[in-house]
Design a protein around this ligand. Structure first.
Ligand code: ZN
Ligand code: ZN
Length: 261
């Protein structure tokens, strides 16, 4: 269960980052202006973040639960909340080794996720922060799902309700709470590793939308319009954002197929 650096993971992420860099520079190269350069700089900053993450999370290790490979690990942080993609158990890094997360783990942030199907109704009477019996609840709501989240007298609820990759997920600090809810309702648990927000499908619509907006830029510069260069840059900038959405989504999907070691 020792961590090792995965050259394949790092190579893929750097290639992915280069494609994103290409998209980032599109508006500035096609229609140079202060507007497009501002957009390009913003997009490049996002890619720099990805490159840093690629190096930081380029470690893999065998899952102590099932032996399958767990991706996206780091030697610098404990990775509490990462889950094995094969057996779905939560794992964490302890002194350079990957271990199963103990069932009573209470993380200092909402790290353990449960993918909801609709509204689960009354939640298990367990403090979502520490895993002790709960004494009260606090209301949370997002995207049409509202929940009364249990907590105890000693803790504020350490929970987050959010929409990611088209599903509503509840994230809590107590593994005991997450596991109790998952088992009771047959819900999938989900980790907080860098690839957990990956969409299930390639967002082809964004590819089409991005190309259409960029094409619109070329149509605009040929018209007799005041400040047409700026307008064309605006269309190409919007196109780059939409195209970036495609590259990010497709990159996640391809990564899942390609990087398995
Ligand atoms: Zn496993
Ligand atoms: Zn508590």
């Amino acid at each position: 269960m020792n961590l090792r650096r995965s050259p394949r993971s790092l190579t893929y992420d750097l290639a992915w980052a280069s494609v994103r860099l290409g998209v980032a520079f599109l508006p500035a190269i096609l229609f140079p202006s202060w507007l497009t350069w501002t957009v390009t700089v913003l997009l490049v900053l996002g890619v720099v973040f990805l490159i840093v993450a690629a190096f930081m999370y380029s470690y893999v290790a065998a899952c102590p639960g099932c032996g399958g490979t767990v991706q996206g690990l780091s030697q610098k942080i404990d990775c509490v909340g990462h889950s094995c993609g094969h057996c779905k158990r939560f794992v964490e890094v302890e002194r350079g080794r990957l271990v199963l997360t103990p069932p009573d783990r209470a993380s200092d942030a909402p790290s353990f996720g449960v993918l909801l199907r609709g509204s689960p109704g009354e939640l298990p009477a367990i403090c979502c922060t520490c895993g002790a019996p709960s004494t009260r609840t606090q209301g949370f709501a997002v995207a049409g799902v509202s929940l009364d989240i249990p907590h105890c007298d000693n803790h504020e609820p350490s929970a987050r309700l959010r929409k990611a990759a088209g599903r509503v997920r509840l994230e809590v600090a107590s593994l005991r709470f997450a596991q109790a809810l998952g088992e009771r309702d047959g819900l999938d648990i989900v980790g907080n590793d860098p690839y957990s927000d990956a969409p299930a499908r390639v967002p082809w619509l964004s590819a089409l939308g991005g190309m259409a907006l960029t094409g619109l830029g070329f149509v605009i510069v040929r018209q007799e319009l005041p400040s047409k260069e700026l307008l064309a840059g605006l269309a190409a900038s919007a196109g780059a954002f939409v195209l970036m959405h495609f590259v990010v989504g497709a990159g996640f999907v391809v990564r899942r197929r390609l990087v398995r070691n």
